[in-house]
Design a protein around this ligand. Structure first.
Ligand SMILES: *[C@@H]1O[C@H](CO)[C@@H](O)[C@H](O)[C@H]1NC(C)=O
Length: 480
């Protein structure tokens, strides 16, 4: 008879040594350690009923301890969502005994009962306040998504195809540090550092999610981000993605939505952006106009209707971002309030996720098969000759000012697309909004000169707005 090995194998009743909360990994893992000799069976209950294991959820033994009967493993979950939240009970049994232990799994918050701000800032005091915050935050978050991309798509296309008329001079572009690497200085984020929370929106390119990102900035362990996930990963989509990422890496300004980097280890390809909690500016303006119900968003945020001082602040910030883009010879081509985002403390930045054509489709006029043009924001030369330049961006900036002072009305809302085209090309101007002082309407009109060269430069427009922010005409207070 052979001798049993000396140390390891006394009979051991099945026991659970450890069961911990789920760890976000490529697959989520609920880690456990069990002991038992003979080796115990391992089963799970989910909310008290037997958990059927399959390709999406299954037990995986990760490690057998050397010279011991202890097993370490994971209940592995592939892309769990809020429906997987609940109690996971581990049951182990062998001939000598059995044990059970339960741990709560919380993978994703239900999009309809959760306020993104809470996860980082702790619980809200009262249930009522919570419910209110949720609807507002979710609604705004949903509209936030569109943005980052028009910039992206527009800029990207412009960079590649001369027919879009971009004027940038590649050699003069500033390069962030790390330049010269094969990926053009684009920062890479590890997939395991991104924990998706829920979908913010969908566009033709794919989806945008709210997510938590770990280890992104040295001063914060984790932070909320907006994650744009590419649907297709064909070779040409990958190339576009890479170009777009390189372009975005170059665009760093306090009034351009911040791009943090990409995640390309595995699928889907992902871009990581700053999360702007109030969503897109058009939605924000509409929800803070005369028709909006009063929103009390606490300190630092405007309550109810925006004042003229708020409007001037918004306009000045967009102008500042445009000064920057113009300095890089970037032509935006789709500047509009739907393509700006609003963050904390009325911070406004230019940026979008490329979903405007899906979500604000009525702002675009479809020509030919797939081209959708924002004709209501376009000057005559862009409509007639598809000419897009820094000067056509200035025209659009004037229209953005008009949007701000009308609390987000659609330009020429009373006209059909073809009627609007006729008006614009014949030289008719948008009327002065009721709450708009003549100083501001003057600025709009200097953007709407028919001759592109006659339009005022964005630098001057920015200075004029800055001056108005500093010393608003006295009567502004009455209107506000
Ligand atoms: C999970 O367990 C906790 C604590 O025992 C309990 O309060 C909760 O209701 C359970 N949830 C479900 C879905 O069974």
């Amino acid at each position: 008879r052979r001798r049993r090995p000396a140390a390891p194998c006394p009979a051991v009743p099945a026991v659970i040594l450890l069961l911990q909360e789920a760890i976000p990994q490529h697959f989520w893992c609920i880690p456990f350690s069990v002991d038992g000799n003979p080796a115990p069976s391992v089963r799970w209950l989910f909310n008290g009923s037997a958990l059927a294991e399959g390709p999406y959820i299954h037990t995986r033994i990760v490690e057998y301890e050397h010279n011991s009967t202890v097993l370490h493993g994971c209940l592995q979950l592939n892309r769990p969502t809020h429906v997987n939240n609940g109690n996971y009970t581990l049951l182990v049994r062998n001939a000598l005994g059995s044990a059970a232990r339960t741990v709560q799994g919380r993978f994703m918050d239900n999009p309809f009962s959760f306020n993104p701000e809470d996860s980082l800032q702790g619980p809200v005091e009262t249930p009522d306040e919570h419910a209110f915050g949720v609807s507002v935050a979710v609604a705004l978050a949903v509209c936030a998504c569109f943005f980052l991309s028009v910039t992206l798509i527009a800029l990207n296309k412009c960079g590649r195809r001369s027919k879009f008329g971009i004027n940038r001079k590649p050699p003069s572009l500033p390069r962030p540090q790390g330049c010269g690497s094969p990926s053009g200085g684009v920062h890479h984020v590890q997939r395991r550092d991104i924990v998706l929370k829920w979908e913010l929106g969908e566009g033709a390119f794919g989806k945008v999610f709210l997510a938590e990102c770990y280890n992104l900035l040295p001063e914060q362990e984790k932070m909320l981000v907006a994650v744009k996930a590419l649907k297709e990963a064909t070779e040409s989509a990958r190339l576009d993605f890479q170009r777009e990422a390189e372009l975005l890496t170059v665009l760093q300004h306090e009034h351009i939505v911040r791009f943090y980097g990409v995640c390309t280890d595995g699928e889907p390809l992902v871009m990581v952006f700053e999360y702007m909690k109030h969503g897109d500016l058009n939605r924000f303006l509409r929800s803070h106009g005369p028709d909006a119900k009063i929103l009390d968003e606490g300190k630092g945020q405007p309550c109810g209707q925006l004042t003229l001082s708020h409007m001037l602040q918004i306009a000045t910030q967009i102008a500042s971002g445009m000064v920057y883009l113009a300095s890089l010879h970037f032509v935006h081509r789709d500047l509009a309030t739907r393509n700006c985002l609003v963050g904390h403390d009325l911070v406004v930045k230019i940026g979008d996720f490329g979903m405007s054509r899906d979500i604000y489709s009525t702002d675009y006029y479809r020509v030919g098969g797939r081209t959708m043009l924002p004709i209501r924001w376009m000057p005559p030369e862009s409509i007639l000759y598809r000419k897009f330049t820094t000067e056509s961006d200035i025209w659009s900036f004037g229209v953005v000012l008009w949007e701000i002072f009308t609390y987000g009305k659609q330009p020429w809302y009373q006209l059909s697309n073809t009627e609007a085209i006729e008006c614009i090309t014949q030289g008719r101007e948008l009327e002065r909004p009721r709450t708009c002082p003549s100083e501001v309407y003057d600025i709009m009109q200097s953007c709407w000169q028919r001759e592109p060269q006659q339009r005022q430069g964005i630098r001057e427009l920015h200075s004029r707005l800055q001056a108005l922010v500093k010393t608003p005409p006295v009567y502004l207070d009455i209107l506000g």
